[in-house]
Design a protein around this ligand. Structure first.
Ligand SMILES: C[S@@+](CC[C@H](N)C(=O)[O-])C[C@H]1O[C@@H](n2cnc3c(N)ncnc32)[C@H](O)[C@@H]1O
Length: 192
């Protein structure tokens, strides 16, 4: 398994340079939580806390549990999110015990291969409360090759199509909808 050696100092600038639509994606991930009462949330791949900060501004009472594989990113996230329970763990590991009203992940799940994504979606469904939501913002393989705006190395980046991921989420017992899609970025909301 190959991991990116993330640097929290340069992370945001790297994202803004390399991911056209990074800011819009984060905004759409936050918007996908509207209308949900978020008491307990789990974030998969918290990074430096960019996604968490946006959602917590909208749901300030939410208890935030988050995981990430990279200790330097976690250290930055702990400073950015002082009240949160932030753990070093991988998406492939056992998820924290639910139930969670919200499970959210931005720009992380594409690091898993197809079988890994399907396995993760089943485990996410099992920790969601009844009526709870999984919000997935990520890079996908676009319907037409001309829409591939983000460079994919096919070593640590293993995106799949939105259509496949919607089918896998359905297979995991969730009701998914594609909420937003611009070129090769999407936000999917899946309800249990
Ligand atoms: C592009 S950042 C996204 C962070 C944040 N969600 C955002 O949108 O800014 C990817 C993060 O996912 C973490 N990550 C990548 N693969 C992972 C895995 N398999 N398990 C846990 N964390 C992972 C990396 O350490 C990194 O912090």
């Amino acid at each position: 398994m190959v991991d990116v050696d993330w640097d929290p100092e340069s992370y945001l600038q790297t994202m803004l340079t390399e991911i056209p639509g990074y800011v819009a994606l984060q905004e759409q991930v936050v918007a996908a939580t509207d209308g949900l009462e978020v008491r307990d949330a789990l974030e998969l791949g918290v990074g430096t806390g960019e996604t968490a900060r946006g959602i917590l501004a909208r749901h300030p009472a939410a208890r935030w549990t988050a995981l990430d594989a990279n200790e330097a990113m976690l250290e930055r996230a702990r400073r950015a999110l002082p009240g949160a329970d932030i753990r070093r763990s991988r998406l492939e590991d056992l998820l924290p015990d639910g139930p969670f009203d919200l499970v959210v992940s931005a720009l992380v799940v594409h690091h898993l291969d197809a079988a890994g994504k399907q396995d993760l979606f089943r485990r996410v469904a099992s920790v969601l409360s009844e009526g709870g939501r999984f919000v997935l913002g990520d890079v996908v393989v676009p319907e037409t090759p001309e829409d591939a705006a983000i460079e994919i190395d096919w070593v640590v980046d293993l995106p799949d199509t939105a259509a496949d991921q919607l089918a896998w989420l359905r297979g995991a017992g969730l009701e998914p909808e594609l909420l937003w899609s611009v070129r090769d970025l999407v936000v999917i909301r899946a309800t249990r």
